[in-house]
Design a protein around this ligand. Structure first.
Ligand code: NAD
Ligand code: ZN
Ligand code: ZN
Length: 389
């Protein structure tokens, strides 16, 4: 089959690889009808994710039609249309039973490796390095879905792929980011990053009753999309974000701050961001947490900092003194997608949100490597790429 494979920094290829096969009784195989490129894939594309092997099949936002079902996967049949969460989870272990699917203790075949770096291992993920399980991803014609009986959500008959696909990742992630902010109505929520994840965080915060959402980015069309949802916007290349948020909140700070940028903020972001770049380039640091520092500073006393932008290792110069002296709460996670899917499917069915608003580009697998470049450079008004194999 054809699939998108990683071959090094800025080197994605559309290649022929062996078809996946059922390996365990609870597996299924899907024929992929739609998949997407995520901001997380850009971290691989830019070479900042460790333990990638040349030829790894990438992709973790995937849906399609079931074409083969393992003997122990009782709730699926050939022909079902399903969305696949990016987290691979057994549904039975201590963590899955608590709804913490992204920490499943059975889905990482080399958990010791991750535990060495992080203390404990999280779940395996589709198409996201050998540090996270070494699973083949879904930017391909076919995908093997382990634990398919808990890891595949059936899509209602008439719902088009474009409405359902983002239940795999970015809609639950944006929603979780807003949920972490404990919105009761009337709050001001500041959101860094108006990429796809930020866009879903903005809409989710407003759905939950936030009075004001202040969205921060510098890309005009992304800021425009944020305003269309009802957010106020700030351009970090044109104004001092701390000062602007102080003004917007009568000097108190935002009730909650969401980091939907993660470890790769733009170079123009500020002096500390420049120092981070030098440190990472010279192997003196692992991450570039400029946005996280700013989010902490801009958060009001006893407010919440919600982190969904991805970080990998050991973060320098985090203003922890600010956080403890002012009583901040930190919430963060790789999204336990399965915990959110049914509820968010309900929001789509009830007409409260149509996730397809974020799609700007459609492509074939052959065109996908070029679109990695376009999406990474934020060219051509690109916000979200959907691939139809
Ligand atoms: P993206 O790259 O399209 O969006 C990032 C946005 O941040 C861009 O619009 C960019 O212009 C903006 N940005 C850069 N520097 C900034 C700064 N200093 N201040 C404000 N904005 C700035 O990616 P995305 O798909 O929206 O993903 C965002 C992050 O979420 C990534 O780190 C991704 O890995 C992560 N993610 C996490 C999960 C999870 O489970 N926690 C799931 C999906 C994605
Ligand atoms: Zn993702
Ligand atoms: Zn589990």
């Amino acid at each position: 089959m054809k699939a998108i494979t990683w071959h090094g920094k800025h080197d994605m290829r559309c290649e022929h690889v062996p078809d996946p096969r059922i390996e365990h009784g609870r597996d299924c195989i899907i024929k992929v009808t739609s998949c997407a490129i995520c901001g997380s894939d850009l971290h691989m594309y830019n070479g900042v994710i460790p333990d990638m092997h040349a030829g790894d099949v990438v992709g973790h936002e995937t849906m399609g039609e079931v074409v083969e079902v393992g003997p122990d996967c009782k709730n699926l049949k050939v022909g079902d249309r399903v969305v696949i969460p990016f987290t691979i989870s057994c549904g039975e272990c201590y963590f899955c039973q608590n709804g913490w699917y992204s920490a499943c203790e059975r889905s990482h075949p080399d958990a010791e490796k991750a535990a060495k770096l992080w203390g404990h291992s999280p779940a395996g993920l589709f198409g996201y390095s050998h540090l996270l399980g070494g699973y083949a991803g879904g930017q391909a014609e076919y995908l093997r879905v382990p634990f398919a009986d808990t890891g595949a959500l059936k899509v209602p008959g008439g719902m088009p792929d474009d409405m359902a696909l983002f239940l795999s990742d970015i809609f639950p992630t944006g929603y979780m980011a807003a949920e972490f902010c404990n919105i009761k109505g009337g709050e001001t929520i500041a959101i860094w990053g108006c990429g796809p994840v930020g866009q879903f965080a903005i809409r989710s915060a407003l759905l939950m009753g936030a009075e004001r959402v202040i969205a921060i980015d510098t890309i005009p069309e992304r800021l425009e999309m944020a305003r269309a949802a009802g957010a106020e916007t700030l351009d970090f290349s044109k104004q001092d974000i701390y000062e602007a948020i102080q003004q917007h909140t009568r000097g108190r700070g935002a009730d909650a701050c969401i980091d939907a940028v993660g470890t790769e903020p733009f170079a123009t972001s500020g002096a500390d961001a420049m120092i981070d770049r030098i440190k990472v380039a010279t192997f003196l640091g692992t991450d570039r947490p400029h946005v996280l520092r700013q989010a902490i500073h801009c958060c009001r006393n006893f407010g919440t900092v919600s982190i969904v932008g991805v970080y990998g290792g050991y973060l320098d110069k985090i203003p922890f003194g600010s956080a403890i002296n002012r009583g901040l709460t930190f919430r963060m996670a790789q999204t336990p997608v399965q915990a959110y899917m049914p509820k968010l499917l309900g929001l789509i069915e009830d007409g409260l949100i149509d996730p397809s608003f974020v799609i700007t580009h459609k492509a074939s697998l052959e065109d996908a490597p070029g679109l990695y470049e376009v999406f990474n450079a934020k060219q051509d008004n690109c916000i979200k790429v959907v691939i139809n194999p």
